[in-house]
Write a protein that binds this ligand. Structure first.
Ligand SMILES: NC(=O)c1ccc[n+]([C@@H]2O[C@H](COP(=O)([O-])OP(=O)(O)OC[C@H]3O[C@@H](n4cnc5c(N)ncnc54)[C@H](OP(=O)(O)O)[C@@H]3O)[C@@H](O)[C@H]2O)c1
Length: 322
């Protein structure tokens, strides 16, 4: 089968499209014919080995795992003997914690997969896992957002942000969203009640007060959270120094500010699938790259200015189900 491999850290150019052995599922894994991926900042962090401390997890001198990739959608072609929730032919999507999905086939733990909703495309559902799980868990699990509350979402036009606006609306919140001027109409079309262009209004001087402040961009300071929010959730980060400053101030304050790493699980993926099925949320795809241009897709999102999501398609491979 075809797969992207990496044997050293670097930019997207270190990825090589190669012929490798078909993987064999472990007892709790499903083997999936991958039909689409999406690109996330986590992919280029892992491919570049940046920030440096990530190398203590992903390999100090060279990457431990050969095939990268986390978000996928595809069809189950084989099941391990302990798999209970999926059968051959199921259309599934999910987030592989161990990488390995930038390939024609991958074996993934069944606990990080869910069935696709009727009518949704592979490209759409490949865009949901990391960004959708992060938005859902930021707002609901950690932010404890309730119907009728007000939420400010800083960084509302990218992968996580565009899901966060739609999920917050689906849960009955009043949404104020922050994005660049060029994305104001896009974010309004997602359902935001009020949109602030950060290049026209200085968010660090904004005087509004909200039940919850969620920052997917990571440039809000601790005092921004305290001034604008009754509670807050940190999702992204801009620099290590900025992140450490927020963490240190939080440690010496009673202000309820959560920092978290999103967790892949079937239950939350099923919530997202139901929201897509009920048309409460819709992945917005800025661009689809064919699998032959997957490294270009990773390079494209590194600018961190994506409107919605970027997907990669494997649907033009030979189509055999092995
Ligand atoms: N905690 C977790 O578990 C977790 C999980 C997933 C992702 N993340 C992190 O979350 C961040 C966002 O991920 P993503 O996938 O949404 O990235 P993305 O798709 O690249 O989106 C980034 C967005 O940031 C916005 N932005 C840039 N400068 C901004 C500013 N000054 N103020 C407000 N927004 C600004 C951009 O919107 P404009 O073009 O409109 O400026 C862009 O749409 C990344 O740092 C990522 O590593 C964390």
């Amino acid at each position: 089968m075809k797969a992207y491999t990496k044997t050293k850290y670097g930019g997207p150019e270190v990825l090589r499209l190669e012929e490798v052995e078909l993987p064999v599922p472990k007892d709790n894994q499903v083997k999936i014919k991958i039909l689409a991926n999406s690109a996330n900042p986590a992919d280029w962090h892992i491919i570049r080995g940046k920030p440096f401390f990530a190398r203590f997890v992903f390999g100090l001198f060279k990457p431990k795992d050969k095939i990268p990739g986390a978000d996928f959608a595809g069809i189950v072609t084989e099941t391990g003997k302990d798999v209970t929730e999926f059968k051959i032919g199921d259309k599934v999507f999910g987030e592989s914690l161990a990488g390995g999905v930038f390939a024609e086939y991958s074996c993934v733990n069944e606990a990080v997969c869910a069935k696709m909703p009727e009518g949704a495309s592979f490209q759409e559902m490949a865009c949901v896992p990391i960004a959708g799980l992060t938005a859902l868990q930021a707002l609901i699990t950690h932010g404890e957002l309730k119907k009728g509350e007000t939420v400010l979402i800083n960084g509302s036009s990218g992968g996580v942000g565009h899901f966060a606006v739609q999920i917050a609306k689906a849960y009955g919140a009043h949404v104020t969203a922050v994005c660049s001027g060029k994305n104001v109409d896009f974010v309004r079309s997602l359902g935001a009640d009020k949109v602030i262009a950060y290049d026209q209004e200085n968010i660090h001087r904004h005087t509004g007060k909200y039940d919850l402040v969620v920052d997917t961009n990571g440039n809000l300071s601790f005092s921004d959270y305290k001034r604008m929010g009754r509670r807050g959730v940190v999702v992204g980060f801009t620099t290590i120094g900025h992140m450490m400053s927020v963490s240190l101030k939080k440690a010496f304050s009673k202000f309820p500010l959560s920092q978290f790493t999103a967790e892949a699980n079937t239950k939350d993926l099923e919530i997202l699938a139901a929201l897509v099925r009920d048309k409460k949320i819709a992945p917005r795809i800025e661009k689809v790259f064919p699998y032959q241009e997957l490294p270009e897709a990773i390079g494209y999102i590194e600018a961190m200015r994506t409107r919605g999501k970027v997907a990669m398609s494997w649907e033009n491979t030979d189509g055999h189900l092995n």
